[in-house]
Design a protein around this ligand. Sequence first.
Ligand SMILES: Cc1cc2nc3c(=O)[nH]c(=O)nc-3n(C[C@H](O)[C@H](O)[C@H](O)COP(=O)(O)O)c2cc1C
Length: 309
Amino acid sequence: MAIPAALQPGLKLPVIAAPMFLVSGPELVIAACKSGVIGTFPALNQRTTEGYSEWLDQIKAALGPDDARYGVNLIVHPTNSRLMADVQVTVQHQVPLVITSLGAVKDLVDAVHSYGGLVFHDVTTLRHAQKAAEAGVDGLILVCAGAGGHAGVRSPFALVDEVRQFFTGTIILSGCISTGRDIATAMMLGADFAYLGTRFINTTESMAPDAYKQMILESHAADITYTPAISGVPANFMTKSLIANGLDPKNLPEAKAMSLEHEARAWKDVWSAGQGVGSVKDVLPTAELVARLGREFDEAKSDFEKRFG
Ligand SMILES: Cc1cc2nc3c(=O)[nH]c(=O)nc-3n(C[C@H](O)[C@H](O)[C@H](O)COP(=O)(O)O)c2cc1C
C-alpha cells in the first residue's frame, strides 16, 4: 500500500483531480499539476486522436519536473473506435498515468508498462476489481456510492476493505470526496489517493458552462438522481438538469445500450455530478482550491490527534 515512486515528484496532497467528460481539459490539468495534485483528462474530450496528441504537447510544454504528474483516461469499450490510435499516441508521449474505464485489458497494461507508465483502473464491484488485478493494473480506483459520472453502489467502508484483502497495489478512493477532511477520511480508510471529480467542476479552469457550475451550487445530495437512462450504464445526474431537459426523474425512459457516440450528446445536455455537491459552495481557481484542501487536510489530522492521539 503506497503511492508509486513515479507519481511522487511534485505531489503535495494524495489527490487525483479525476477525469471528467466535457469538463477536464489542459487548463485544468496544468493548474492541478502546478498546485501539487495529479491532473487528468479523458482522451475523448478532444474530437480526434490528433487533437488528443496536441493537448498532450500543450500539457508537457507547460509542466516542469517540480510539478505533479498528469494522467489520461482511456475508455476501453467496443464502441470506442479510436482506442488503438489513442493508445499509440499515449505510448509515444509516455503519459505517466493511464486511467482505464469499463474494460481492463492486459495488452494495454503491457503497452503502458513498456515505457514505465502506470495503469489505474476504475471499478465499482469486487468482481471487476479482481478481473482488473488479473490484467496487471497498478492501481484500482474504487468508484463508490454517490460518485459523479458512472458510479457504483457500494459503501467505501465495504469496498476498500474487501479489495485490500487481495490487492497489494495502489488504492484510489472515489465518490463524494469534496473537502480536505474527506481526503483525510479516505486515507484513514486505507486508500492511497483520494479521487475528486465534482469538486473540480467548480473551478475557473474547468470547461463546464457557468450554468452547470451554478446548478452545482444550488444542489444537495438529495438532488442527485442515479439512473442508467441517460448513458446506458448507471450514472449520477443533477435532477434539476434532467427536468430542464424535459425528463421526468420519477419516470425515466428505458436504458439503451451504451454507445460513445450517444454519450457526447447525452452528457452535453444532462449534467452529471455526485452527491458531494452539497459541500461545494464556490467556484474558484484550482490553485486556491488545492491550497484550501491542504489546509483542511492538516486541520483534520491535528483534530484527530487531539481527540485520539
Ligand atoms: C461530469 C463528469 C464526467 C465524468 N466523466 C468521466 C470520464 O469521462 N471518464 C471517467 O473515467 N470518469 C468520469 N467521471 C467520473 C470521475 O472520474 C470520478 O470517478 C468521480 O467524479 C468521482 O466522484 P465525485 O464526483 O463524487 O468526486 C466523470 C464524473 C463527472 C462528474
